[in-house]
Design a protein around this ligand. Structure first.
Ligand code: EPU
Length: 446
């Protein structure tokens, strides 16, 4: 369950161990399929919560302790971004200690921001702390163009002067008294990132901010709870209208991150696709409602074994249709994994991706493994096949790589998933967790 403590903490800054993993771009995962899984998996903290919350820590010029932080390449990158801004960070197992008392620059480095879109989150906190921010446009990525117009328009509505020059977003509030002003902001789309940027910026603004058509994702709520634990006044996070009353300053905090609903969902699919009964914890079951509903449609039973523990009892796989939507709709971050499952379901399924324009690149790789999938626009039409065959396949983005690992677990023979750096961005030691369930997998270097 969510643990939020709110207490002053001591600085704990000692020499920095290297958190970054070796470059895994050339590494592959060899999977010997058709081995039944059993047992229990521990679910790590939510990547997308941590990324926003690390930026949120900049709002308070003191110490901040984050617990239940997974060990991921994206988090190591975010750490580098914050360190480049002057933040001192120390990691002890799954705890991050951040000393944000000194920010040495308002300029986020291009080479890091271009590698991690989430680093754009530093814009709002930098503005509130330093009155100015220079953050490169994060650019597109493997799953789509992903503009930041909604973040920028919201900051402008709060009184920031924002212009984009040579690919750098320049935001300034020094001309308007050095403080953002509360505003009523309607988002054209319930963007997770824009909601988070504006929520953070509004915590220290002058007056009340109302974000309408806000994203309702659990990670937005987690960020809001983190900010509230620092003294921010926020209500409505987790609904489509969030109200933030600005306060003059925020204080030190010790905060536990929620479990990762996408990692949890991925392991439930691992149970379904290998016809194995496995249990996962800790989870917040309601965060998985749309995923559980689809797994039930497809033939599995999901049992609540305790307040934060789920067990999947697999059944015969049946076709279903899935459309990705903002929360509480079906998450785009589970689309590829469910598609892998549907390749083996009896009948025809249609999977429609509405959130990102280019998130079907796993289809060609699943087809290499014997899946029968056709793409028509944003729809993938899947005709269930009786079996998949192991093959060398290339991971093209984070969730695509998870889908290929899942397909490999169910396929006959050997699958080699290449491009493991994508997987390492968002799954905390997936192969060790899979081995713990009895899967035959091995990381191989070239
Ligand atoms: N969009 C705009 N303008 C904006 C912002 C977004 O047009 O200013 C569009 C995007 O291009 C996209 C759609 O709105 O088509 C949704 O984008 P959103 O802003 O909601 O997503 P995000 O904040 O960039 C986060 C997660 C993603 C997850 C999405 C949707 C983080 C760090 N990333 O991205 O996570 O898919 O929300 O739930 O929180 C992943 O973990 O694999 C991942 C991609």
């Amino acid at each position: 369950m969510l643990i939020v403590e709110n207490k002053a903490i001591n600085p704990l800054i000692s020499p920095k161990p290297s958190e970054a993993k070796p470059d895994t771009e050339l590494e592959s995962l060899r999977i010997w399929g058709k081995h039944p899984l059993s047992g229990h998996v521990h679910i790590s903290g939510a990547k997308n919560s941590v990324l926003a919350i690390m930026a949120g820590a900049l709002l308070c010029p003191q110490h901040c302790r984050l617990r239940n932080v997974p060990s991921l390449a994206d988090i190591a990158k975010m750490r580098q971004v914050l360190e480049a801004l002057g933040v001192k960070i120390e990691r002890h197992n799954d705890t991050l200690e951040l000393d944000t008392s000194h920010l040495s620059t308002s300029k986020a480095p291009y080479d890091l921001v271009s590698q991690l879109r989430a680093s754009f989150f530093v814009t709002g906190p930098l503005l509130t702390r330093l009155g100015t921010a220079r953050v490169p446009l994060p650019g597109g990525c493997a799953i789509g163009a992903r503009p930041v117009d909604l973040h920028v328009r919201g900051l402008q509505a709060m009184g920031a002067e924002v212009h984009i020059e040579h690919g750098i977003v320049h935001a300034d509030i020094r001309g308007s008294g050095g403080r953002l002003k509360g505003a009523k902001i309607y988002l054209d789309y319930p963007s997770v990132g824009a909601t988070e940027t504006l929520l953070m910026a509004a915590t220290l603004a002058d007056g009340e901010t109302i974000i309408e058509n806000a994203a309702q994702e659990p990670e937005v709520e987690d960020l809001a709870n983190f900010c509230r634990a620092m003294g921010a006044k926020i209500r409505g996070a987790g609904t489509n209208t969030i109200t933030i009353v600005g306060v003059p300053n925020l204080h030190s905090v010790d905060y536990g991150i929620i479990p990762d609903r996408i990692e949890a969902g991925t392991f439930l699919v691992a149970g379904a696709i290998t016809h194995s009964e496995i249990s996962i914890s800790p989870v917040i079951p309601e965060h998985l409602t749309p995923v559980i509903a689809k797994l039930k449609d497809i033939g599995s039973e999901i049992v609540l074994d305790g307040p934060n523990r789920l067990r999947i009892i697999p059944g015969e796989l049946r076709a279903t249709d899935i459309e990705t939507l903002p929360y509480p709709g079906f998450p785009t971050d589970m689309q590829a994994q469910l598609m892998a499952l549907l390749t083996l379901a009896e009948g025809n399924s249609v999977v429609t991706e509405t959130v990102f324009e280019n998130r079907m690149r796993h289809v060609a790789e699943l087809v290499r493994m014997g899946a029968d999938i056709r793409i028509k626009g944003q729809n993938a039409i899947i005709r269930g096949v009786s079996h998949l065959s192991g093959a060398p396949v290339l991971a093209t983005d984070l969730r695509a790589s998870a889908a290929l690992v899942l397909a490999g677990l169910a396929a006959e023979g050997e699958t080699l998933v290449q491009g493991l750096h994508h997987l390492d961005r968002g799954y905390d030691d997936l192969e060790t967790k899979l081995k713990g369930l009895g899967a035959k997998v091995q990381r191989v270097s070239p």
